[in-house]
Design a binder for this molecule. Sequence first.
Ligand SMILES: Nc1ncnc2c1ncn2[C@@H]1O[C@H](COP(=O)(O)OP(=O)(O)OP(=O)(O)O)[C@@H](O)[C@H]1O
Ligand SMILES: [Mg+2]
Length: 309
Amino acid sequence: MTYPRIVIFNDTHGWHSEQLVSALAKLSIEALCVDLADCAIDLDQPSGLSIPGFEDQLPVAAIVRGIAPGSLEQITLRMDVLHTLTELNVPVFNPASAIEHTVDKARTSLRLHLAELSTPRTWACENKTKATKIVKQQLSLGRTLVIKPLFGCQGKGIEKISSLADFKAIDAVGDAFYLQHYIEPFKQGEWQDWRILVIDGQVCAAMSRQSQHWITNFAQGGSCLPTTVTPEMEQLAIDATQAVQADYAGVDLIRTCDGSYTVLEVNSVPAWKGLYQATNIDVAGHLAQALASRINTVSTNQSKSDHAV
Ligand SMILES: Nc1ncnc2c1ncn2[C@@H]1O[C@H](COP(=O)(O)OP(=O)(O)OP(=O)(O)O)[C@@H](O)[C@H]1O
Ligand SMILES: [Mg+2]
């Protein structure tokens, strides 16, 4: 008896991969852990791809848990592999397109804006004179701004701009200025945001991150707590996931002074250890189920088209 085999992509496989391997095993699906950097494009293969461990047959699905930093050329090759798997009808969680929509904060902001979803007012540019003009204008309107590295990293490198002097003291990462309205906390002095994990259009788990500091990331000392979510929060998280065309995503919401919620970011390769610890929800099990149903849909469609031939 041979089991369907899927691939889990990451450069270092740890707790998350182990969780997925055992959740998939319960569904009689074998999972192999591979580094995307070890894959190759090989036109001698019918698929054009060489994936370690899948010499005889392509995986029936793929899940991307991480892509190591690399040169533009290396990242391009890795994305070529993911794009091609999708083109070969292999379900990829999340597909390269969704990863591209969320890998930099400006692209995510644009997708949310074009989908008419609530997200803080944001500007991104390369030109320092232009950035200075935006900062001056917003400060004169009494707004505080935040500047963030385009590629987020657990709350690192994010600064608040309350004066022109604050802005002048900042060295923008990669000379890219991603500027955003600072959202004052709903309750003064109590900073909180919410991480909502959406899988296949449904909320799977949610937690709130609370802190004495305005940057609430766990890595910056924030606490992760179980929480309930309102229908408004659920809908916003589901819509944000759809806006970046992700099968599953970790959506961060923040509450504005008027009590409504707005989307801070969408992560298409979300970790779930914090969520699991806060809620005890078996996220890996839910992901495995979602993958399994995708595999079944593909094979049903495949056999229908085989019959049609
Ligand atoms: N516009 C904002 N207003 C108020 N607080 C903000 C704003 N942007 C970010 N924050 C705070 O900073 C934290 C980190 O911001 P963000 O999620 O954008 O970056 P990141 O966590 O470094 O990125 P990534 O999650 O991709 O690693 C948020 O969780 C929130 O607590
Ligand atoms: Mg974040």
